[in-house]
Structures are given as structure tokens and as C-alpha cells.
Ligand binder design. Structure first.
Ligand code: FES
Length: 74
């Protein structure tokens, strides 16, 4: 996606896919895996809704979700 670098291609080593996920009212997203959470603990400007977008599986439950990237990343 434009604006998301995702340099490592999803192997969870670069953090350049960090984003803030805002779910629609009825939306849901599985909790991050232990590995994803470990990496999220290292990102700059982490928030409660921080995720590695390379680990997000697009499902109908994400319809209407918003993915924002940190300003310094864009
Ligand atoms: S693409 Fe590198 S951590 Fe997600």
C-alpha cells in the first residue's frame, strides 16, 4: 500500500509497516502474536492501537477500518 514501506516483506524485522488501526464499531482484529507484540514494544511512538500492518490479515471484519502511519514514517 502506498505510504507503508514494509521493507522486510513481512518477516517482522524492520518495523517500517507500523501503523495505527482504528476499527469500525463492529470490527475486530485478533490480538498481536507474541512475536508481533515483542516487535511493537520497540516501535517509536507506539500507541494502544499500534500494529504491524504486515501481520494483519484482511477479513470482512476489517471493512471500514482505518490504517494511519506515524507522521515520521510517511
Ligand atoms: S514489513 Fe517489516 S515488520 Fe512488517
Amino acid at each position: 500500500m502506498e505510504g507503508i514501506i514494509a521493507e522486510c516483506g513481512g518477516s517482522m524485522t524492520c518495523l517500517t509497516c507500523h501503523c495505527y488501526v482504528t476499527l469500525p464499531e463492529s470490527g475486530s482484529l485478533p490480538e498481536p502474536s507474541a512475536n508481533e507484540q515483542e516487535m511493537l514494544d520497540c516501535v517509536l511512538e507506539a500507541r494502544e492501537n499500534s500494529r504491524l500492518s504486515c501481520q494483519v490479515v484482511v477479513t470482512p471484519e476489517l471493512d471500514g477500518a482505518r490504517f494511519d502511519i506515524p507522521q515520521w514514517q510517511g
